[in-house]
Design a protein around this ligand. Structure first.
Ligand code: CTP
Ligand code: CA
Length: 225
């Protein structure tokens, strides 16, 4: 498939994409993390750039090479990701939250490496909630008409959970992936349905993450008018 020959329907637009997975440090050498590879977010950034957008990619711990012609902001934690997304979203036409943001972080960061103590059980890890970036930017839009897209991975009752999550988050579109043992995380291909706050349902067949990305941008462009 010829890419880069896409219609420049995002020309003059600024879009923000978050990608990867946040890491919440416990001490200087350890963190709580997740398995997000960042590939879907990078595919969204690449396809938006190919369609003419100015793209800011907020990348959390991806280790992937910077896509050409994209402004990359690297972050580690959910709190850092929030700062970077809010800053970039201030003048954005669309924001796509493809990153896996940790729901919780350790309540305390231990400045020195946590050590074993002879004959003692380890201390429990106490967690606190992280900010919900998607809910926050959806509730308090930086610009009127800004289009906001979330991602959700669900294992059961995919559509019902997706609808409830879309309503809870207040975003315009929610891309719902069904995940299982070998599906989605780190895979080159994906299968999803994109739910719209207007009640629409757009299935995306199993295929390359670029195809899902292009479908997301099609739906965003339609809403930008
Ligand atoms: N998200 C976010 N900030 C968080 C958690 C999630 O911005 N603290 C965003 C993700 O980037 C994603 C969407 O919200 O676009 C849905 O994430 P998900 O983990 O499925 O939603 P949660 O509300 O955390 O629900 P769950 O309890 O199922 O994890
Ligand atoms: Ca979550």
């Amino acid at each position: 498939l010829a890419r880069g020959s896409a219609a420049p329907d995002l020309e003059g637009r600024h879009v923000v994409v978050s990608a990867g997975g946040t890491r919440e440090p416990l001490d200087p050498v350890r963190f709580l993390g997740n398995r997000s590879s960042g590939k879907q977010g990078y595919a969204l950034a690449r396809t938006a750039a190919a369609r003419g957008a100015r793209v800011t990619l907020v990348a959390a711990n991806t280790g992937l090479p910077d896509p050409a012609g994209v402004d990359v902001v690297r972050v580690g934690t959910a709190v850092q990701l929030r700062e970077a997304v809010l800053k970039a979203a201030a003048d954005a036409d669309a924001v796509v939250m493809a990153a896996a943001v940790a729901d919780f972080r350790p309540a305390a960061y231990v400045a020195g490496k946590i050590k074993k103590k002879d004959g003692q059980e380890p201390d429990p890890i106490v967690l606190v909630r992280n900010p919900d970036v998607l809910a926050e930017i959806s509730a308090d839009r930086a610009r009127p008409g800004q289009v906001i897209v979330g991602f959700a991975a669900e294992t059961d009752d995919v559509l019902a959970n997706g609808r409830a999550k879309l309503a809870r988050k207040g975003c315009d579109l929610l891309v719902v992936n069904e995940v299982g043992e070998r599906k989605t995380f780190g895979a080159e291909e994906s299968e999803a349905v994109v739910l719209g706050a207007d009640g629409s349902e757009t299935p995306v067949p199993y295929g390359p993450k670029e195809d899902l990305a292009d479908t997301v941008w099609d739906l965003v462009v339609r809403r930008l008018g």
